[in-house]
Write a protein that binds this ligand. Structure first.
Ligand code: PLP
Length: 382
């Protein structure tokens, strides 16, 4: 996608905030627990490579991504720390992962058998003594990926004992479905399920890990050799259900992302003049309307109609439908073209915080950040 560099509209990322979040998190971890920074989906929209570099410089010792391509992007940028792919990678790509020192998630015996065939068939002389690093995913109740049944898991254990020349079991892990909830019933059920399968494993992996941000922040007692820290690193409270009080953060986290643009057109509307598709808004009196040069194609959703963004120090309502590349706001008085507009603030208490935008759009802040398209340049600040 073309990056719109010539339009004064960008996602600003405060790398200092990310650095501070990583440092505080590492400081709060029990001694010996490592932090793997989760930089999947282009670092939750913040930019995977810059975030990864800052995270590494401030104490992260590895990375998690969703897909192999994201891992390869980090390697291409000379990032040498361990990388774990959290999703399921095609078994036919085992060799490529191995060659690039990338660890893969495994959730079934059949995957291991297929990967073995592939690795043997590749017959790469350079790979003698090199093993594919794997993390065994346990589905303790997330219902997404991973081993569920004792029998299959024990069979995988046997298989791995016999194929230690090909596979190194680097980790065993699980993922919680409700670590951000005050009700711990299901969480505790998952802990039990995980421990049960974990105890069937006779191969000793280097890392046992269970903690995403919510688990790390709200269930600190849960044992982990490493945490997979995503949303918290970006300064956002993972507990963020609309209408439910957030679980309090045990230490401060600073949001890093803001979205800023400027007025590109300003006009006076008179009574009866409509605004945007379908004329869902009609001026009732003489009023000033400003146009912004971004829209739903940038990830600023159509449903943001009615939300208030900050223009200088004024909160201005989005009037009329948000178009693909433009939208309009009602101004309190005539403001010049070029006036700065802040759509998303890097301040968790602001009325236009990422969280507030997500609440308005009836989703979670993760999704709003990920939706911000590549057309928006990322500008890095310290
Ligand atoms: C995305 C993801 C994480 C990170 O989650 P956050 O809530 O952003 O900390 C951790 N583990 C797995 C398996 C994931 O898919």
């Amino acid at each position: 996608m073309v990056q719109a560099m010539k339009r004064k509209t960008a996602v600003h990322v405060n790398l200092g905030a990310i650095a501070a979040n990583v440092r505080s998190t590492v400081d709060h971890l029990p001694k010996g627990t490592q932090m793997f920074a989760v930089v999947k989906a282009n670092g939750y929209g913040h930019g995977a490579v810059p975030v990864a570099r800052v995270a590494a410089a401030n104490g992260a010792t590895g990375f998690c991504v969703a897909v192999l391509d994201e891992a390869l992007e980090l390697r291409k940028h000379d990032i040498k720390l361990p990388i774990l792919v959290l999703g399921i990678t095609a078994s036919s790509l085992a060799l490529e992962a191995l060659v690039n020192d990338i660890s893969l998630t495994v959730g079934s015996l059949s995957w291991l058998q297929e990967a073995k065939q592939g690795l043997l068939a590749a017959n790469e002389p350079n790979l003698v003594n090199k093993k594919l690093r794997i993390h065994l995913a346990i589905d303790s109740g997330m219902g997404r990926i991973g081993f569920i049944e004792d029998d299959e898991f024990s069979a995988a254990n046997e298989f791995l004992l016999k194929n230690q020349d090909l596979f190194e079991v680097e980790g065993i892990y699980t993922h919680f479905a409700s670590a951000d909830s005050a009700d711990e019933t299901y969480f505790n059920y998952q802990v039990k399920r995980f421990n049960h399968l974990h105890d069937l494993l006779t191969v000793r992996p280097k890392y046992t890990h269970v903690a995403n941000s919510a688990t790390s922040l709200f269930h600190a007692a849960c044992h982990s050799d490493l945490i997979r820290f995503g949303i918290g690193m970006y300064g956002l409270n993972p507990s963020s259900t609309k209408g439910v009080t957030d679980l309090p953060l045990p230490y401060e986290l600073q949001p890093a992302l803001s979205l800023r643009s400027e007025l590109v057109f300003v006009k006076q509307n008179h009574p009866g003049m409509g605004v945007s598709y379908g004329s869902t808004y009609n001026s009732q009196e003489d009023e000033w309307i400003g146009t912004l040069p971004l829209g739903y194609a940038d990830g600023w959703q159509r449903r943001m109609q009615g939300f208030k963004v900050r223009v200088l120090d004024e909160w201005c309502e989005i009037v009329g439908r948000v178009c693909m590349d433009q939208f309009m706001v009602r101004l309190p008085y005539e403001m010049p073209v070029g006036t700065e507009v802040e759509l998303i603030a890097a301040d968790s208490t602001a009325p236009n915080s990422l969280r507030a935008v997500a609440d308005y759009a009836e989703t979670i802040h993760y999704e709003i950040a990920c939706l911000l398209q590549d057309r928006l340049p990322r500008i890095y600040e310290n």
